[in-house]
Design a protein around this ligand. Sequence first.
Ligand code: CAA
Length: 249
Amino acid sequence: MSQKIALVTGGTGGLGTYICRTLATAGFNVVAGYNSGGNHDKAKAWQAEQKEAGFDIKVAYGDVTSAESCAQCIATVEEVAGGPVDVLINNAGITRDGQFKKMSWEQWDEVMSANLDSMFHMTRLVINPMIEKGWGRIINISSVNAQKGQFGQCNYSAAKAGIHGFTKALAQEVAAKGVTVNTVSPGYVMTPMVAKIAEEVQAKICKTIPVGRFGTPEEIGRMVTFLAEQDSGYITGADMSINGGLHMH
Ligand code: CAA
């Protein structure tokens, strides 16, 4: 079977890097979507780093908050990877934490655009080719904080919960066409996003995790890759929790 093409949005970031690496190890032809504020040199340096570590990963620029930029990103993916996207991982996301009583519209809007609208733009571009081909995988990265809510994250919890609603609806629409749609909901994983939380708050959160530690990005990469595989075709509309027991439901 020919190598499947996987696009990971936010692919050069904290979780994205390890999702890309795990997919590459499993034999996927991987493209990391990046924004990096338009810093193409940073993305090239990231790519060189991956190469040095033994991972051959392509890169494609795209601002996931813009439909036009997403279309350009998909065109670049097709060019650098040599075909249409078989596996889309909607991983790009941001936080703008703060209590709701002090939250600005910008904090709300930026999080909605980057975490939720992005999924519309990207998925809309790949879904019809997947249906026509009769095979596809959409994997949406949500969060434990969508499932349980989180003090200081009304915007993020809402956007991430929206992701799973989308997953369940789309999964029903495309199940008969060979396309699966799933959510992965990580807990607290040691990435730059979590490192941004004040240290004393991090320590408090860590104490509430039954496994007793933050997760690793490799642990998330393993789950994403599992869902992307050929053999996972019977898993659809699911929400896979990887949170060290922080939230059980
Ligand atoms: N529950 C209830 N009350 C809380 C609370 C909690 N979890 N956390 C703080 N409070 C209370 C404090 O006790 C304090 O009360 P008093 O005013 O009565 O003393 C009040 O809220 C203010 O607390 P802070 O000093 O923390 O408020 P702040 O405005 O400076 O900071 C915040 C607010 C930025 C949201 C900060 O609390 C914070 O960073 N919290 C963590 C948010 C978080 O978990 N973000 C996850 C980011 S990583 C991620 O999102 C990845 C993923 O998917 C998991």
